[in-house]
Design a protein around this ligand. Structure first.
Ligand code: CTP
Length: 447
């Protein structure tokens, strides 16, 4: 029996795929189809796949052409599969010509002509783009615009800012450049907000009022009542209001949370996160940047994320110790927050005016997880035990600091009309509660 193997993503299965599978089958007696796992696609930069692995497998199965289906999960697997399954012929479309010649050592390699005029990418692009408008004065808007190009189905409609000097050339060439939010809302389906935290409520309120979806850099507001009102408004209008917190979308971060929750380090008894940077302050002093967000708003949400995601939001007590540079503006150069839970503790240190080691440590009864600085854009972490021989290291590629995955999750939420954010509402609300307490002086010691 002559065995043939072929691989692909098979997203939105189309006639180009079917023709390829028919011709692959005709090369032998038994056809094995490798369908790529989501994580494998993501690690090779293919992040726009719309259908889940199960849907894609089912579509391939429904063609009736595959005698066997395998999931492709890692680089080098093709060699493994060919040996393990005694494959005689490896085949793919001509778009890969030459790329798999290294497999000739193991079996025959055939490149089949690709069907012209159709591809999954084109099908994805045919769906109408979601137009996202950018709101705020931060140079991060440049990064956001840049990252949006990696996501199918998004265009940036314009920017509403009071500080054009921070924006790079490309943003100035957008169709709508304004300082009037309504002008931008008129040409957008959704907005990304990174205005000053105290302005978020107004900006989001106006956007939701006009029927626009919102992705807002966390904290969504600085008052829980306002957050509740906006969440209700979004729900009533069938709109998405999502937290923008890129670390939540880093695969390494996601995996370390899953590991901790599955008991890899025993019971979690302590989470300690530190996030500091002097960059924004230095930029401002040199006249190259606006007055930065205070430390609790700039870094608090990021540092609170692993605490609330690993220990939950039902802490018994907390203490906020802060050093304010400017009491009127609530500008904290440094803040430390400590939490007590029924069976655990947590702490965070954040600073826009203090420098420290930006690491994350999750301690458990059997071992601990260590994420080196800067942990909030990590691609690497270690699980460490008493016996160092048992230690494990994990690496997951992080492209674009997580921003492109955040955008992707936002537009998927819009298209599917369900909130697919990686930050659940309890965490979102609990983050704001801490920030509100900071502003209102609850559980606060000034130093
Ligand atoms: N294929 C083909 N003709 C097409 C599209 C795909 O013969 N018009 C082949 C590819 O060469 C590959 C297999 O189908 O052998 C699976 O390809 P896949 O990457 O899943 O499909 P694409 O449509 O090329 O997807 P994308 O646009 O995301 O790259």
């Amino acid at each position: 029996m002559k065995k043939v193997i072929t691989y692909g993503t098979y997203d939105l299965l189309h006639h180009g795929h079917i023709k390829l599978l028919q011709r692959a089958k005709a090369l032998g007696d038994y056809l094995i189809v490798g369908v790529t796992a989501d994580t494998f696609d993501r690690s090779r930069g293919k992040i726009n796949v719309q259908q889940s692995l199960i849907e894609r497998i089912n579509n391939v199965r429904d063609t009736g052409l595959a005698d066997e289906i395998v999931v492709e999960e890692y680089i080098g697997q093709k060699i493994d599969d060919i040996r393990r399954l005694n494959v005689d012929v490896f085949t793919v479309g001509s778009d890969w010509k030459g790329k798999f010649d290294y497999l000739k050592e193991f079996c025959e390699v055939v490149y089949l002509d690709r069907t012209e005029g159709i591809s999954s990418s084109e099908l994805r692009c045919e769906q109408r783009d979601i137009r996202i408008g950018l709101v705020g004065d931060s140079a991060i808007l440049n990064k956001f615009e840049n990252e949006s190009h990696y996501v199918n189905g998004v265009t940036i409609s314009g920017v509403c800012t009071n500080n054009g000097s921070l924006l790079a050339e490309r943003l100035h060439q957008l169709p709508c450049v304004t300082d009037q939010l309504d002008e931008l809302l008129n040409v957008s389906d959704a907005i990304y907000v990174i205005s000053k935290p105290e302005m978020h409520y107004e900006h989001i309120y106006r956007a939701l009022g006009k029927g626009k979806h919102v992705l807002c850099e966390t904290p969504i507001t600085i008052k829980v009542e306002q957050w509740c009102e906006l969440q209700q408004m979004a729900k009533d209008k069938g709109l998405v209001l999502a937290d923008g917190l890129k670390t939540a979308y880093s695969m390494a971060y996601d995996r370390l949370c899953l590991l901790a929750k599955s008991g890899a380090i025993g019971k979690v008894v302590s989470v300690d996160a530190t996030c500091t940077s002097l960059q924004d302050m230095e930029r401002m002093r040199e006249g190259n940047g606006p007055c930065p967000w205070n430390s609790i708003c700039a870094w608090g949400p990021t540092a609170l994320l692993p605490i609330f995601q690993l220990l939950g939001t039902d802490y018994i007590s907390k203490q906020i110790v802060t050093h304010l540079l400017d009491e009127e503006l609530f500008f904290d150069a440094f803040t430390k927050v400590s939490f007590v839970y029924p069976h655990a503790v947590a702490s965070l240190k954040v600073g826009q005016g203090v420098k420290s080691e930006g690491e994350l440590v999750v301690s458990g009864t059997k071992g601990y997880i260590y994420v080196p600085a800067p942990w909030w854009k990590t691609d690497y972490f270690e699980v460490r035990y008493e016996n160092p021989a048992e230690n494990k290291r994990y690496f997951y590629q992080l492209d674009g600091e997580g921003i492109r995955y955040e955008i992707l999750s936002f537009i998927k939420s819009i298209k599917s009309s369900r909130n697919g954010s990686y930050i659940d509402v309890n965490t979102s609300e609990a983050i704001i509660r801490v920030i509100q307490d900071f502003y209102e002086g609850r559980d606060v010691i000034k130093m």
